[in-house]
Design a protein around this ligand. Structure first.
Ligand code: THU
Length: 132
């Protein structure tokens, strides 16, 4: 069983930095890369609404900017009544850098957690094999 407490702490702390003046819905994401380093991201909204970015996308961007391209574990937390499911685009983004069996924990700030995997979140994923 992989440890989640360090990822949860990272996701909760970065969530505080979310820029969500329009939805008022702050999200924090933390991913563990193969090296063991934890990368964090929060949602960053924009007055031109479609230009906003999700917490998961921010964490992935931080990982790639640091030179890593493989993630082993994901944690997402929001102030929702039940654990928030990643949007479709973020599911595809996670699948780009993690295998199907990568553990994804979805959580509320109150501590409710739902454990899932990248494959469960994105069944039938489009991948590079489809372009062979
Ligand atoms: N959001 C995320 O950052 N991640 C998710 O998994 C779900 C939704 C953000 C996008 C937007 O800033 C706000 O939550 C409301 O949709």
């Amino acid at each position: 069983m992989q440890q989640t407490s360090d990822l949860r702490d990272a996701a909760l702390s970065v969530r505080e930095n979310a820029h969500a003046p329009y939805s008022k819905f702050k999200v924090g994401a933390a991913i563990r890369a193969v090296s063991g380093t934890i990368y964090r991201g929060c949602n960053v909204e924009n007055v031109a609404y479609p230009e906003g970015t999700c917490a998961e996308a921010g964490a992935i961007a931080a990982m790639v900017a640091s030179g890593e391209t493989a993630l082993t574990q994901v944690y997402v937390v929001a102030g929702s009544p039940s654990p928030v499911p990643p949007c479709g685009g973020c599911r595809q983004k996670l699948a780009e850098f993690g295998s199907g069996d990568v553990s994804v924990t979805l959580a509320t700030v109150d501590g409710i957690e739902r454990a899932t995997t990248i494959a469960d979140l994105l069944p039938g994923a489009f991948d590079a094999g489809h372009m062979a």
